[in-house]
Design a protein around this ligand. Structure first.
Ligand code: NAP
Length: 261
């Protein structure tokens, strides 16, 4: 299948590691010009040179904390200059802090909102003129919590629902401009985030990390955690020109773990 991504300009937020980085790698493999972002210059430089060496595709990077509106605007301006155009925006964030209702103060709720939802709204707003001009694609990275809440992750469970609602609404608002917008929800993909959550759960429950991994894996019909590459391939399809008619949808990549429709 020709994804028609050659020379397209792609910005992936929060992409120095994990799922975002895997998306950058897959877009670069398809010949796109990609901008990597994250908060740490050293990690960005390292990720860019690694992907460049693997794909022979020039990869650009810029420091951007997605909770800071001015940094999002500066990123989009830099991407326009470096990539020449923005055709695809992949919105991603770091995971919000884990915890239950009792453990969250106003500051935590505000951080969850700014990090998970407002960052995506701001990035879409900043990139919109380019996306309208090019009949672009937007793919939001959310969570399987869009369909079924995850224990001890109340900030994710609350604000990711907003991403799905936003995308469904924008699919209608941006449809006449030729923009397609979709949401992809990961469930137990092996990254630093799942490692951190599993370590935390093990410490809280007084069990070993291996025991927690075993219990978590037992409820996944695929019998294992997914890989970032498996996840990224779905993002790249939805963010490509092989996708011409899927918009406003939420796709889970979770090995069959979620029972909800
Ligand atoms: N992996 C899964 O199975 C899974 C399941 C459900 C939901 N998710 C969600 O999917 C998203 C990506 O997960 P992941 O597994 O790839 O996580 P990860 O491995 O921890 O990577 C997170 C990435 O986000 C960047 N980042 C963190 N905070 C940022 C900020 N404020 N501004 C800009 N960049 C920031 C990190 O780089 P720096 O720290 O250098 O900035 C890193 O590149 C997260 O929101 C996570 O909660 C993942």
């Amino acid at each position: 299948m020709d994804l028609k991504l050659n020379d397209k300009g792609v910005v992936v937020l929060a992409s120095s590691k994990g799922l975002g980085k895997a998306c950058v790698r897959e877009f670069a493999r398809e010949g796109a010009r990609v901008m990597l972002t994250g908060r740490t210059e050293d990690t960005l430089k390292q990720a860019a040179s690694e992907i460049q060496a693997e794909t022979s595709q020039e990869v650009f990077w810029k420091v951007c904390d997605v909770t800071k509106p001015t940094e999002i605007n500066a990123l989009i301006e830099a991407a326009k200059k470096k990539l020449g155009r923005i055709d695809v925006l992949v919105t991603n964030t770091g995971g919000p802090p884990a915890g239950t209702f009792d453990s969250m103060k106003d500051e935590d709720w505000q951080l969850g909102f700014d990090l998970v939802l407002m960052s995506m709204i701001r990035a879409i707003r900043a990139a919109l003129p380019e996306l309208k001009k090019n009949g672009g694609r937007i793919v939001n990275i959310a969570s399987s919590s869009v369909k079924e809440p995850v224990d001890n992750l109340i900030l994710s469970n609350t604000f990711r629902m907003g991403i799905a609602g936003l995308a469904k609404t924008l699919a209608a608002e941006f449809g006449p401009d030729g923009i397609l917008i979709n949401t992809v929800g990961p469930g137990r993909i092996a990254t630093d985030r799942t490692k951190h959550l599993d370590e935390k759960k093990a410490a809280q429950a007084g069990r070993s990390f291996e025991q927690v991994r075993e219990e978590n894996t037992a409820v996944i019909p695929a019998g294992r955690y997914g890989t970032p590459e498996e996840f990224a391939k779905q993002v790249v399809f939805l963010g490509s020109w092989a996708n011409t008619y899927v918009t406003g949808q939420t796709l889970l990549v979770e090995g069959g773990m979620i029972k909800a429709y």
